[in-house]
Design a protein around this ligand. Structure first.
Ligand SMILES: N[C@@H](CC/C=C/[B-](O)(O)O)C(=O)O
Ligand SMILES: [Mn+2]
Ligand SMILES: [Mn+2]
Ligand SMILES: [Mn+2]
Length: 301
């Protein structure tokens, strides 16, 4: 079993500096060695992928900020992730902000067009060019992947290959009014923190998997935004929201997804080592590493 670590030092999908430092902190905390310990053949192509992509002139398109930069980086990520998947490796993308998932999931769908997506996040990241308030594209990747909202020329490379019934959310607790409408209109299954409290994480994960992968036969792309965790668990992230997943709930999701044997791609996103104090940064980086290990087979016994 082979894993390709794709470090994406990218922050263009949101305004806070520092999230581009996520990959190097996760790698320097020893993640590659930790995965090798678990028996994975590990490839890491270095810290400077995608840094050469910049756009001289990138004025907003409507409300969308850094649109050309985000589009070009995500397109490059899609190609890199898609190639690793085609080489039979499991792409582990380290963010960097969550706009990158427009690229990672596009890459996965190139190789696994029937893949389902488990999106673990406080946010739905489902805003369109019409519904977004912030214009931050890390709040929009899912709408592009589903082909919702007005067509934006710059993002025409994103094929609407993801189907609503192949997507499920866990951890939502900060969803904009436009996103709530789109969730309803498209019949997208979402397990918010209310359901996690009501049913417990075990039942929620089972229901989520039953919804998108009833026979446990479809490939799974797990896209994990560390802000799904409670800010006391993962403080160094750009858009923290209280009332999140516990350390164990977050890890249970990863362990249960690994147990399906269907995982083909993983994103660990939105670790921002420039936010909060040193202890908080270390804690958040350590959580990012342990979530990745849990999703790639680390067990407690
Ligand atoms: N819904 C908000 C927040 C977006 C959060 C994105 B994140 O989940 O990737 O952190 C927005 O559209 O700006
Ligand atoms: Mn997100
Ligand atoms: Mn989020
Ligand atoms: Mn975030």
């Amino acid at each position: 079993k082979a894993v390709a670590i794709v470090g994406c030092p990218f922050s263009g999908g949101q305004p806070k500096l520092g999230v581009d430092g996520g990959p190097i902190h996760l790698v320097e905390a020893g993640l590659p060695e930790q995965l090798a310990e678990l028996g994975w053949k590990v490839q890491f192509d270095g810290h400077h992928q995608f840094e050469d992509i910049n756009t001289q002139d990138d004025p907003p398109i409507g409300k969308l900020k850094n649109p050309r930069l985000v589009s070009r980086v995500c397109k490059a990520v899609a190609d890199v992730v898609g190639n690793h998947a085609k080489n039979g490796q499991l792409p582990l993308t380290l963010g960097g902000d969550h706009s990158l998932a427009m690229g990672t999931i596009s890459g996965t769908l190139q190789k696994y067009p029937d893949a389902c997506v488990i999106w673990v996040d406080a946010h739905a990241d489902l805003n369109t060019a019409e519904t977004t308030d912030s214009g931050n594209i890390h709040g929009m990747p899912v709408s592009f992947l589903l082909g919702l909202g007005p067509k934006i020329e710059e993002f025409s490379w994103v094929q609407p290959l993801l189907k609503p019934h192949r997507l499920v959310y866990i951890g939502l607790r900060d969803v904009d009014v436009g996103e709530r409408r789109l969730l309803r209109e498209n019949g997208i299954k979402a397990y918010s923190m209310h359901e996690v409290d009501k049913y417990g994480i075990g039942r929620v994960v089972e229901m989520a998997l039953d919804h998108v992968n009833p026979g446990r036969k479809l490939p799974i792309h797990l896209s994990f935004d560390v802000d799904a965790l409670d800010p006391t668990v993962a403080p160094s992230t750009g858009t923290p929201v209280r009332g999140g997943l516990t350390f164990r709930e977050g890890h249970y999701i990863c362990e249960a997804v690994y147990e399906t044997g269907c995982l083909v791609a993983l994103d660990i996103m939105e670790v921002n080592p420039s936010l909060e104090d040193t202890a908080s940064v270390k804690q958040t980086v350590a959580v990012g590493c342990s979530l990745a290990r849990a999703a790639l087979g680390e067990t407690l016994l």
